[in-house]
Design a protein around this ligand. Structure first.
Ligand SMILES: [Zn+2]
Length: 702
């Protein structure tokens, strides 16, 4: 898009789904880059609306509500608050954080659908879907479980088997069951409305191909969707939670969540621009929605329906098709609307070498981070930007987090600012000294400083935030290098005027950093502003050495960053390992229960406490140990398949449970008299079942 034509920006960040809190993967993938971009635009005095909100519709929310025994509304209220608070605390500067359960959204999405319907855009199709007669409702895929036809897992879902990872159709399941009633569902006809994406294929191709500047991952994914050929896609669902389909013959149907969610950007803009007129607004409860509302500018349509508006969607790579194919097709079908100028989707962030997983609790949750690293929001913002998965998946590790804090934020940025502050207080009572004669060394620093803003701007405007941040850090490096070369602490005894110039220019560098770092580390910029007691500069001022005036009194020096100790990192790693072992326990595939037996069957078993008195490997076998056990009744030989788990010398004296009246049998030429009871976990690992304390041999187990 021709930059000179742009009058305003609409910047959207993917609507987080309200069935859980947000983690670092979300922050790195979407919200930090979007926030950097929005803050940068504001610092450049551009007209920008930064839009987000909670995505509160769809099946996972109804499932979560059912599981927790609360209503879907209670689920979304809870997470809307948690997520909204996390964003606010991390300084994500949305102009509005809206929600798709709002009346404005329901009305907007409903009107949008109706417009497409009235234009004859949709095709109607009758299909057979599973229906639960006793619950009187059609069953979304996740409401159906059954046996996986591929691996035999009895708890596969209607869309996927989590055991073997196969993608399934609900009708593939053997013995399907409704999770609502436990009954077998029946197939019943239902009508839904489809968006014929195939009819938009050529227009979409023209649109996508006019954006060869998009990131290769985004452009490539769009191309492969288009090349595979687009199919009509249902835009309605048989469900009771969501935006109701605004048609007379659509009882019990709601809009497909990916139809209504992107419209959430539009409804949020509407709410932002018109909120003063709405009587549903509750400023007290929703206080964190509004950051810098500009009441002079009303008229949401300018932000969505103008050639002079640049629309940018920040999303994760899993949402590319919805933002680059389906939503643009919806907007084309509607007419009137502007299409996105860019969709800078990030790849995924992994954590300690593994995919972040909500269900496995393999994540760093923002609300927990805030408790454990109080006041260190910018450290996380820094690390997540410096390692952002812009072009490929990337890994977050706690060791790297610590190293970047200690070696970069503390040692480079914090160190420079601290030295300038301390020296200015020490030599000039905290008053900005006058710039005296400029030497070639000074001039070189002035020239280099002047080159940064344009470089950083170019990176940000091309959505290369890692690169932009590293250039900002280079400004601090420039400052450190300047101090190291000029050594004002030595010169002060011989040439005070020279020191005046050096500290004057160093303070200018610090004031430049305050402006340039603000989009990335807003809390640090604010601290710097309070230290220098110098606000009011923005992006167009940066690059100059007139940001802070001579004679101006600076404030107290405080440390911008603190060293992070090993113990804090060890704690985080231990916490993750805890999740790992909990997962292993929770994910264990439990062997199905056996048929009931009566008490006589059980009491026929003679199980005793016995002690192992001797053990040796059975030759030419991997698994077998020959054990001598004292049963209290006698000493006898038992062959046991535990050699992979226990070494003979380790188990002498070990007490075990022994089934003593099992008919003797010969194993590898040895007569085995009884069986030692072992517990076996899902991975086939064995462990002894022993009395909880040293116990008399021969004691009966019953
Ligand atoms: Zn399976």
């Amino acid at each position: 898009m021709d930059n000179s034509k742009i009058k305003r920006y609409t910047v959207t960040a993917a609507l987080p789904y309200t069935n859980g809190p947000v983690h670092i993967g979300h922050l790195a993938g979407v919200y930090i880059p979007a926030d950097i971009y929005a803050r940068y635009l504001r610092s450049n005095k551009r007209d920008v609306k930064f839009i987000c909100g909670s995505d509160e519709n769809g099946v996972p929310i109804t499932l979560k509500a059912k599981r927790e025994g609360i209503t879907p509304q209670e689920v979304v209220d809870k997470y809307h608050k948690i997520i909204g608070d996390s964003f606010k605390e991390f300084g994500v500067s949305f102009d509005i954080y809206h929600r798709t359960s709002s009346q404005t959204h329901h009305q907007t999405a409903s009107d949008f659908f109706k417009t497409l319907y009235d234009k004859g855009v949709f095709t109607e199709e009758v299909t057979e879907q599973y229906y639960d007669p006793s619950a009187k409702q059609f069953l979304a895929d996740r409401y159906i479980t059954g046996t996986c036809p591929k691996c035999g897992n009895e708890n596969a879902y209607g869309d996927q088997c989590e055991n073997c990872g196969s993608t399934l159709n609900a009708t593939d399941l053997i013995n399907p069951k409704s999770t609502l009633s436990g009954d077998q569902p029946i197939l019943k006809e239902t009508k839904n409305w489809f968006l014929p994406l195939d009819q938009y294929e050529e227009r979409l191709r023209t649109y996508i191909e006019s954006h060869k500047e998009w990131r290769p991952n985004v452009y490539g994914q769009c191309q492969s969707w288009l090349n595979a050929g687009l199919q009509p896609r249902a835009m309605t669902r048989d469900l009771d939670w969501g935006v109701r389909v605004p048609l007379r013959d659509a009882e019990g149907k709601v809009l497909y969540v990916w139809f209504d969610a992107p419209i959430g950007y539009i409804s949020a803009t509407k709410e932002l621009c018109n909120y003063a007129k709405l009587d549903v607004w509750n400023p007290k409860a929703e206080e964190y929605y509004i950051n810098n509302f500009d009441s002079d500018k009303c008229g949401w349509e300018e932000y969505w329906k103008s050639d002079e508006t640049k629309l940018v969607h920040f999303i994760g790579k899993d949402n590319i098709v919805f933002h680059c194919i389906i939503f643009p097709a919806m907007l084309m079908a509607h007419g009137d609307y502007t299409l996105a100028d860019n969709v800078p989707a990030n790849e995924f962030l992994n954590l300690e070498g593994q995919k972040i997983s909500t269900s496995k609790n393999w994540a760093v949750w923002l609300n927990e981070y805030l408790r454990e690293f109080e006041g260190k929001q910018d450290v996380l913002r820094y690390v997540l930007t410096a390692t952002a998965p812009e072009t490929k998946d990337n890994d977050f590790t706690w060791k790297d987090f610590q190293a970047r804090n200690n070696n970069e934020l503390v040692a480079i940025l914090g160190n420079f600012v601290n030295r300038v502050m301390v020296l200015t207080h020490k030599y000039f009572n905290g008053s900005v000294p006058t710039c005296m004669e400029i030497t070639p060394v000074d001039q070189a620093v002035i020239d280099e400083l002047a080159s940064y803003p344009a470089k950083i701007s170019a990176s940000i405007e091309n959505y290369r935030f890692r690169e932009a941040l590293s250039e900002v850090m280079n400004v601090a490096r420039l400052g450190n290098k300047y101090l190291a070369e000029t050594e004002p602490w030595k010169l002060i005894k011989t040439d005070e005027d020279r020191v005046r110039t050096i500290l004057h220019l160093s303070l200018q560098i610090a004031a430049n950093i305050q402006v340039l770092i603000e989009p990335f580390l807003p809390f640090t910029a604010e601290k710097l502003m309070n230290m220098l007691k110098n606000g009011g500069n923005d992006w167009e001022d940066a690059g100059s050495v007139n940001l802070i005036k001579r004679g101006h009194d600076i404030g107290e020096a405080v440390l911008l960053f603190e060293k992070i100790e090993d113990a804090e990192i060890d704690f985080q790693i231990a916490k993750l390992n805890q999740s790992k072992s909990t997962n292993a326990a929770n994910n264990a595939v439990v062997t199905p229960a056996k048929e009931n037996i009566n008490f006589d069957d059980f009491s026929a078993l003679d199980i005793r406490v016995a002690t192992i008195t001797a053990a040796e490997k059975v030759e030419k076998t991997k698994k077998l140990l020959k054990l001598t056990v004292n049963t209290g009744l006698d000493e006898r030989t038992v062959v046991s398949g535990i050699a992979e788990y226990y070494k003979p010398e380790e188990i002498i004296g070990q007490q075990v449970s022994l089934l003593v009246n099992l008919a003797p049998r010969e194993i590898k030429g040895i007569l085995s008299q009884g069986m030692i009871l072992m517990a076996e976990n899902s991975e086939g690992k064995l462990t002894f079942v022993s009395p909880a304390e040293k116990f008399e041999v021969g004691s009966v187990i019953r």
